[in-house]
Design a binder for this molecule. Structure first.
Ligand SMILES: O=C1O[C@H](COP(=O)(O)O)[C@@H](O)[C@H](O)[C@H]1O
Length: 245
């Protein structure tokens, strides 16, 4: 008999989206400083979409040694930065452009390559930025996930052909591709094992509609149906849920 795994999360409720973002940004600054003190470097994977806008703005106001911070994306749409769907462009607009030039950013989109062919280039850039080797890339210190109304997180979409692989905690890949009827363009995403290999894992979302999706996710266990379950039902690292109505 397979034992039923419990949901593994702590709930942090904000009074509104802005104060939630301020609280989470304050926590991230502590985690960044701890990682820098421990390793001389802090590595943070952040989500795109629209929810993180106030978080990015709040984060940029903090005094951190940004020259010791490496930032990458949890996932990306396979489009250049000039495209309106680019998560990298979103991150530049609301975070990177407000930080000192010394901060290191590892984008996931590689011009002039197919998404699958880009894995080793992305990983290579990540390893150079984090002073680690391709055999043992440095784990993340911080991962901030988002969630869509369909229960997707990262680019783990429920209607993707490869959804079982996307939510597989034993996947041997660090990067994966996602194509589905709802994604508009192909996507690249860090895999579930890569994202769970972190010191701090948070899920940041707002609004009653998404809260219902989260509650529905907690009530079942099939992660191919609601991929956010892959972050809720795992025993590697407690998920810190940051929510406001
Ligand atoms: O497509 C994406 O959507 C999710 C959630 O986005 P939001 O606009 O509803 O906040 C995001 O977490 C993911 O990184 C992004 O690529």
């Amino acid at each position: 008999m397979v034992a039923k795994m419990d949901a593994n999360f702590d709930w942090h409720q904000g009074s509104d989206a802005d104060s939630l973002a301020d609280n989470l940004a304050g926590e991230l600054v502590v985690k960044l400083s701890e990682a820098i003190a421990r390793n001389g470097i802090a590595v943070m994977a952040l989500s795109g979409g629209s929810t993180p806008k106030p978080l990015f703005k709040a984060l940029a106001d903090h005094d951190v040694d940004w020259s010791k911070v490496v930032i990458t994306l949890v996932d990306e749409r396979w489009v250049p930065e000039t495209h309106e769907l680019s998560n990298a462009a979103f991150m530049h607009r609301y975070l990177l452009d407000a930080l000192p030039d010394s901060v290191r950013f590892v984008p996931l989109y590689q011009p002039a390559q197919s998404v699958v062919a880009s894995y080793s280039a992305v990983l290579g850039n990540y390893c150079v930025a984090t002073s680690s080797s391709m055999d043992a890339p440095r784990p993340f210190d911080i991962v901030i996930l988002g969630m869509g109304g369909d229960g997707h997180t990262a680019s783990f979409f429920p209607d993707a052909d490869n959804v079982a692989e996307l939510v597989d905690p034993a996947s041997s890949s660090l990067l994966l591709t996602c194509e589905s009827p709802t994604t508009q363009v192909p996507r690249i995403t860090w895999s579930l094992p890569a994202l769970l290999n972190t010191q701090f894992l948070a899920l940041h979302f707002t609004g009653a509609e998404k809260r219902r999706v989260f509650e529905q996710a907690c009530a079942g266990t099939d992660a191919t149906e609601l991929p956010i379950r892959s972050a809720i039902f795992q025993q590697q690292i407690p998920l810190q849920v940051y929510y406001a109505d």
